[in-house]
Every structure is written in C-alpha cells, then in structure tokens.
Design a protein. Structure first.
Length: 240
C-alpha cells in the first residue's frame, strides 16, 4: 500500500515546520507528530495557521478535557485483556509490552484530542453555533497539568518492514476503513516493531469487523465527537 496522503516526515522537517513539530511534541507530551499535522505541513501555510489557531486550546487543557469526556462516553466492544502468560508465551518480554503500551497510550491520547480539536475547527469555519456546557466550563477552570511525556521509537516506513509484516500492517489498516484506499495509519507502523502483537491484534479485531460492531463503534465515536467538540470555544486569535 502506498499512503495516498502526502506528509512531511519528522526527520525531513526543517525550519518553521521542524519548530512547529517540536512544539507539537512538547505541548502534547508525546514523541510523535500525528499524520494530520505532517500532512498539513505539505500545504503552504496550513500547518502554522492550524496549529496557531488550536495551540491555545491544547495548551490550557481544553482539548484534553473534552477528549477525556469523549472517552467516558464511548460505547466500545468488550475485549478481554491479554493475560501476561499469553504475551509471554507469544515471545513478548516485559520490555516489549511496555514499548507497546507506550505506543497505544500515545496514539490514544493524541488521536482523541485531534478528533476534538480539528472537528471543532471545521465547525467554527462552517459557522456552526457555539454550545456551552456547564461541565465543560468547570473542567477548563481546573488547574491543567501537562501529561508525562511518552517516548516512542522512530516511525518505520512500510518499505523498511519485512514483506509479511508490511502486509499485516496494511491488513489491519483496512479494518474499520470507510474507503477502498484508506490512509495508512502511523500507529500500526509503530507497532510493527512487535509483529507478534500485531498478529494478536488482528485476531481480536477481525471478528468485530466481520459482525459489524467495529463499524457501529466508529459511527458512535464520530457522532459523540461532533457533539463534544461543539462545547469547545472558538480557537483564540485564529487568523481567518
């Protein structure tokens, strides 16, 4: 699979783009810049405009608060946890599982926030009415503490992976996709350092895809994200 979305890699970023990427990693407290920001870097002026508009809402905890509230509202399929013995029998060490958890936590944090932030920006640009909620205002008034930084390994290109691992990445990437040529998710490439875990993941998620609960959960998440994002005030000092 060739990624249909062009993006600036973190290693290739220079000048203002590199500086914004570094700021994103600092503000979000993760060792990765999500694909959406790297794609915006390919459009003249788009990355500084978008990040400049949304950064204050990230920095003061507004986006994190609404993302956390979204997490609490989601209706997700029940998936049993992997017993430690299962992971060990599959050849995954404690160090392996810690690295896997770092990847999952990092993407769980940044994807939820990006969904809220960018949905709200689109709503604001479309002149959708602002809805205020008492619980939302209360969370924003609380003291915001930056989450601990999550270190991540470098993001491998698909061509750098063994053929069978690359195929597994693209197979997983199609689960839950809403188009024939889905965007290649960075998370699966980050998890490709542990192919065994990717195989276990497919065994868990594929049945959910087959019986329709994955699609229902995605639709539920998108609908609730649209409602939750409408609680966020318009981006400060947006240069439109």
């Amino acid at each position: 699979m060739h990624d249909p979305v062009p993006a600036v890699t973190e290693t290739a970023a220079a000048g203002e783009t590199a500086a914004i990427f570094a700021d994103i990693r600092t503000v979000l407290a993760v060792g990765v810049v999500n694909l959406i920001w790297r794609h915006l870097a390919t459009i003249p002026g788009a990355l500084p405009w978008t990040w400049g508009a949304l950064r204050p809402l990230y920095a003061d905890g507004t986006i994190a608060a609404e993302a956390a509230a979204l997490h609490d509202e989601l209706d997700l399929p029940r998936i049993p946890a992997f017993p430690t013995a299962t992971l060990a029998a599959a050849g995954l060490s404690g160090e392996d599982t810690r690295a896997i958890c770092d990847v999952l936590v990092a993407y769980d944090r940044t994807n939820a926030m990006a969904l809220i932030a960018l949905t709200r920006l689109l709503q604001w640009l479309d002149d959708k009415p602002l809805v205020r909620a008492a619980d939302s205002s209360h969370r924003r008034s609380a003291s915001h503490q930056t989450a601990p930084r999550i270190p991540l390994p470098s993001l491998p290109n698909l061509a750098e992976l063994r053929p069978e691992v690359a195929q597994l990445v693209t197979t997983l990437n199609r689960l839950g996709a809403r188009q024939e040529s889905p965007i290649l998710a960075s998370m699966y490439r980050h998890l490709a350092y542990s192919p065994t875990y990717l195989a276990l993941t497919w065994a868990i998620i594929a049945p959910l895809e087959a019986e329709g609960s994955l699609a229902r959960s995605i639709a539920d998440a998108l609908a609730k994200a649209h409602k939750r994002s409408a609680l966020v005030g318009p981006p400060a000092a947006c240069p439109l």
